[in-house]
Write a protein that binds this ligand. Structure first.
Ligand SMILES: NC(=O)c1ccc[n+]([C@@H]2O[C@H](COP(=O)([O-])OP(=O)(O)OC[C@H]3O[C@@H](n4cnc5c(N)ncnc54)[C@H](OP(=O)(O)O)[C@@H]3O)[C@@H](O)[C@H]2O)c1
Length: 262
C-alpha cells in the first residue's frame, strides 16, 4: 500500500460525537476531506445539520443525529440509526465535552458530576455502543479527545477546574484500557490531547473563557508561541482514523505546540 493510500478514507464511515461545533466540526471536515462519509451528532440537531452541509460540499455523504451522549438508550438508538443508514461505522471520534470553572473548594457536586457524566460516561457509552459493532466487524478506529491538562495539575490562575482535568485523565485511561482489551479484535483506540485551541469552549469572543481571559499570555508560554488553529488537528485525526496508524493503539498524542513537553 502506498503512503497516499494509507491515509485514504474513501468508502469508510466516521461518526463524530460533538461534531456540530468547535474541534469536533474541524475533525469531521478533515475526515470528509480524506474521503469518509460522516455522521455528525450532538444535542443540537441544527448545528449538526450545518456541518453535514459542509461535508456534502466536500463530495461526501453526511447524516445529522441529535444525541445526548450521557443517555445510554439514546446513544444505542442513534448508533443503530447510523449503522442502518451507512451499513457500518469504521471510525468513531468522541469530541463531546463540557467544562465548568471554579475553585475546587467551591465546586458544586452537580457541576463535578456534569463534567464526569459528559466527558467520561459519554465517551464510554459511545465507545461501548460503536465498539460492539466494530468488534463484530473485526475492524475499528476510535479516537477519544482528552486534553493536554488531563495528566497534570494546573495553576488556578490558568485553569481552575479540577472536575475537567480529572475527567480528561479518565479519558486517557479509558483509551488505554479499551486499546488493550480490543486490540485483538482489530479495534484500535487512541486519544488526541489538544492544547489550547480558539474554538468552542475556548472561544475568544465569549467572556470568561481561558482564551478570552488570557489568550496572549498563554500563547507566550507555548513553545511554538501560538494557540492551536483550525488546521492543527486535521493530520492527527486522519492519522489515527486511517491505515497509517494500524500498528498504533493505546496512545495519547498531544497536539499542543509543545506545551506538555515543558
Ligand atoms: N478548545 C480547546 O482548547 C480544547 C482543549 C483541549 C481539549 N478540548 C476538548 O475538545 C472537545 C471539543 O471541545 P471544543 O473546544 O470544540 O468545544 P465545543 O465547541 O463546546 O464542543 C463541545 C461539543 O460537545 C457537545 N456536547 C456537549 N455535551 C454533550 C452531550 N451531553 N451530548 C452530546 N454532545 C454534547 C456540544 O454540542 P451540543 O451542545 O449540541 O450537545 C459541542 O458540539 C471537548 O472534549 C474538549 O474538552 C478542547
Amino acid at each position: 500500500m502506498s503512503v497516499k493510500q494509507m491515509f485514504d478514507l474513501s468508502g469508510q464511515t466516521a461518526l463524530v460525537a460533538g461534531g456540530g461545533s468547535g474541534l469536533g466540526r474541524l475533525m469531521a471536515l478533515a475526515l470528509a476531506e480524506a474521503g469518509a462519509n460522516v455522521v455528525v451528532c450532538s444535542r443540537r440537531l441544527e448545528v449538526c445539520e450545518q456541518v453535514v452541509k459542509e461535508v456534502e460540499a466536500l463530495g461526501r455523504q453526511g447524516l445529522a443525529l441529535a444525541i445526548d451522549v450521557t443517555d445510554s438508550e439514546a446513544v444505542r438508538q442513534s448508533v443503530d440509526k447510523a449503522i442502518s443508514h451507512f451499513g457500518k461505522i469504521e471510525i468513531l471520534v468522541n469530541s463531546s465535552g463540557t467544562v465548568w470553572e471554579g475553585p475546587a473548594t467551591e465546586m458544586p457536586v452537580e457541576k463535578w458530576q456534569g463534567m464526569l457524566n459528559t466527558n467520561v460516561t459519554g465517551t464510554f457509552l459511545m465507545c461501548q455502543a460503536v465498539g460492539k459493532h466494530m468488534i463484530e466487524n473485526e475492524y475499528g478506529r476510535i479516537i477519544n479527545i482528552s486534553s493536554v491538562i488531563g495528566d497534570r495539575g494546573t495553576d488556578p490562575e490558568a485553569v481552575d477546574s479540577v472536575g475537567y482535568t480529572t475527567s480528561k485523565g479518565a479519558v486517557m485511561t479509558l483509551t488505554k484500557d479499551l486499546a488493550v482489551k480490543w486490540g485483538r479484535h482489530g479495534v484500535n483506540v487512541n486519544s488526541i490531547a489538544p492544547g489550547v485551541f480558539q474554538t468552542g469552549m475556548n472561544d475568544p469572543e465569549v467572556p470568561g473563557t481561558l482564551v478570552q481571559k488570557a489568550g496572549p499570555i498563554i500563547a507566550s508560554q507555548i513553545p511554538v508561541r501560538r494557540l492551536g488553529n483550525e488546521n492543527d488537528l486535521a493530520g492527527a485525526v486522519v492519522y489515527f482514523a486511517s491505515a497509517a496508524s494500524d500498528y498504533c493503539t493505546g496512545q495519547v498524542l498531544a497536539v499542543d505546540g509543545g506545551f506538555g513537553a515543558k
